[in-house]
Design a binder for this molecule. Sequence first.
Ligand SMILES: C[S@@+](CC[C@H](N)C(=O)[O-])C[C@H]1O[C@@H](n2cnc3c(N)ncnc32)[C@H](O)[C@@H]1O
Length: 224
Amino acid sequence: MSMNSKADATRPQSETMDGIYRFQRHIYDVTRRYYLLGRDDLLAGLAVPAGGSVLEIGCGTGRNLVGVARRFPSAKLFGLDISEEMLKSAGSAMVRHDCLNRTRLACADATDFSAQDLFGQPTFDRVFFSYTLSMIPNWQLAVENALNCLGPGGQLHVVDFGQGDGLPKTFRRGLFAWLRIFHVSPRDQLASHSRHLAATKAMVFSHKSRFRDYTWQIKITKVT
Ligand SMILES: C[S@@+](CC[C@H](N)C(=O)[O-])C[C@H]1O[C@@H](n2cnc3c(N)ncnc32)[C@H](O)[C@@H]1O
């Protein structure tokens, strides 16, 4: 595992994220288990080719990368996050789960990074966002950057909050208000914008709404 740093250009949001996660990272995995739905379905659907590379953008505590390591024993793991605090937890998780020798972590902003500079390779077989785009102000740019990180046959997977259209109205209002406290904004344009971006790049797009529209899952495949 190596750890790069890229703090200056990202200071404002990195400070916000470090502020939220400095203490929460210690209870993050336990507390998020029951409401960040669909994460394990995303991991199971990655279908990483043998020896393939997987980048999680906004890897947080490393919980998902550990899950990738378990499911795909020959996968090479890459994680980036804007929060140095979260990366401390991710680094420890990789050590604890014995994934250290096939993991590289870096501190960077999803809207402004070079995978070549951070990891020594420009593209990956699988790239994914898990409950991260709802925290990135310029999420559209983050999606575009992620698509540019796909090698031939590569896939971008996203799981995040949906619009909750099937939920009781008061529950939905309460949920969205509570999420705002944590700087989380479900992106109503996430599916339509991603579909549009995929079309401009001749990529194949799919979108699933689950759990009464609580969760959205998106997959974009670069065919060649
Ligand atoms: C809700 S957590 C999700 C963590 C992990 N993906 C999961 O599913 O448990 C969102 C993560 O995105 C990171 N993040 C927020 N904005 C970011 C950005 N602009 N670039 C990279 N990471 C960012 C946060 O620091 C945090 O670790």
